[in-house]
Design a protein around this ligand. Sequence first.
Ligand SMILES: [Cu+2]
Length: 485
Amino acid sequence: MLSRRAFFLSAIATSAATTLARSQTEPRANVDTGGATQTVLRLERRGIEVNGKSASVYRISQPDGTAGIVTRSGARFRVRVENKIGEPSLIHWHGLTPPWQQDGVPGVSGPPIPAGESADYDFPLRFGGTFWMHSHQGLQEQLLMAAPLIIHDQRDRPDQQQVILMLADFSFTPPEEIFATLKKGSKMPPMAGTPSGRSAGMDGSKDAGMRMASAKPDLNDVKYDAFLANDRTLGDPEVVKIEPGGRVLLRIINSSSMSAFHIDLGELEGELIAVDGFEVVPVTGRRFPIAVAQRLDIRLAIPSAAASYPVLAVLEGENKQTGIVLRAGNASIVRIPDTAAMASSALTLDLERRLRAAAPLEPRKADRRHTLNLTGNMATYSWSLNNVAWTKETPPLPIAQGERVELLFVNQTPMPHPMHLHGHEFQVVEINDQQFSGAVRDTVLVPPGHRVVVAFDANNPGLWALHCHLLYHLDAGMFTTLRYV
Ligand SMILES: [Cu+2]
């Protein structure tokens, strides 16, 4: 039997699909490599200012400074990642379906890119939408090693202005120190009676019998210094010029390590047209929940008078907020406080239950179902799946090519967990035993005490990560893999 490492190496060596190749050639932007253009992405350190204090964080950007990538469906994803941060790193293309060796998970897809080296990626883009990229190495994501990955397709309207809103949580405390503090158990439990979460377990009357329906959810383990929207706070927000009477497509990406939000459109009513890049039957509203790693595409019709419209994100369970300002015409910009008038509730699945995929999976009986109990202990900050904190020795869950697979997530902890499957899009098909044809997406929130089933087609063989997207839960072991060849 091959060791895990030998398995990776032999798989990489024998795979015809992979073009992951190390190189140390001179960096150039948009290198033409035989007809298709290669985009260079550099991983670098950069300084930013948060609340008047400077901080050293990371970035993923092209040599001209563009963060991430904007491309189109049907094109190839031809990218060279150059690691200039002086330590190993590896970037995951969140929501895409590359060959597994190009998925960017250290120790699963392959080794990290050593300091000073680079890696090449080349695979077709099967679909368009709002995606993102982030480091899957250590705790680098907490230091903003993330960027947008936008794939245009036929859904884009020429008369609509696209505005990216990327959310992040920020701390001046180094991530390793945050993690050590969490493991020491020094987080304060939520205060009784605070708004931090009366609602998560009471998410609709059908849940009344759920095990933890009346328990308060445990939210926001980490006390952050700031919440960022496109790297800025509301003290100095990004102001985006838009056309009075025009149309805007907001592409919202929650790249936070640990924080979920309610998007608050204020006076504007928005039309949610896609989640995690995949089209849904449109839902109109002014407030939309977004869990860690999820994306929302929201269409706005801007009134014809000059006015400015804040687009805010309010932290779940609290009143801290961040956001950007859309400015139509020469409207004045008013200062927006970084606390909302009212605290936001915990995220629920109320919207998730209403979402319907515009293009659902073909109806089919599942060939296999894996149950994943979301397990852990807040006091010791240990997090696991089926009571196993993942190590390289943990056997992958078996599936077989061509199968329709269902994953049942049962949250046995008092914390919500956004669960993400790599390399496949899935459909939400059941919440608390109620079946429906829900959204197609790549990250689903499982609130405390809830049972959520997602279905996917095993059409991209390899070894794939499946994990909670809360960074410190993932690092603590709330992670596993699926394997088929
Ligand atoms: Cu989690």
